[in-house]
Design a protein around this ligand. Sequence first.
Ligand SMILES: [Zn+2]
Length: 178
Amino acid sequence: MRTKRCAPLAALLAFAAAASPAGAWPFRDASFVRLLRGSGYGMLQYEEAAWLVLGPDGTESLVHWPPPDRENGQRWRGPLPTGTVALLHTHPADRPPRPSVLDQDVASRLRLPVYTISRWAIYRADPDGTVALVRSRYWTPTIDWALADRENPSGRDASRSGEGSSSGTSPGMEASDR
Ligand SMILES: [Zn+2]
């Protein structure tokens, strides 16, 4: 920012971020998958975490956090790796996929985006306090039941009684029929 030479690069990066469709960052997409696999496909009560590092040649790599200990979970000791541009970590499937208040606090303190990766979605908490849904080629939208129930308070009950079924068809079976 101090020199004019930096301006075009900054502008280019800003454009890339704004215009990046899902899949525009193959390494990040692959990293999201790799980290989620490492947490039992998001089903274990175990979070994988890694720093996303940008090398001098512009290539991205991951620096994985050490495995969590039994009591304290994950912890990174020492300085951040050189070139760190973001923190990536997984959330178990039974936890909210969005960044927690602590995640947002970490983003603010580190002045780095913090990504949360779960089976349901990927989110990014930015240092300025905003939280954004991150698109990735491997994640397709899933239903937001909290929103659906809020905007359709009687929808589920009405449709169930309208089916006239006394057998109590499970949602899973219903879904497989379609
Ligand atoms: Zn988190």
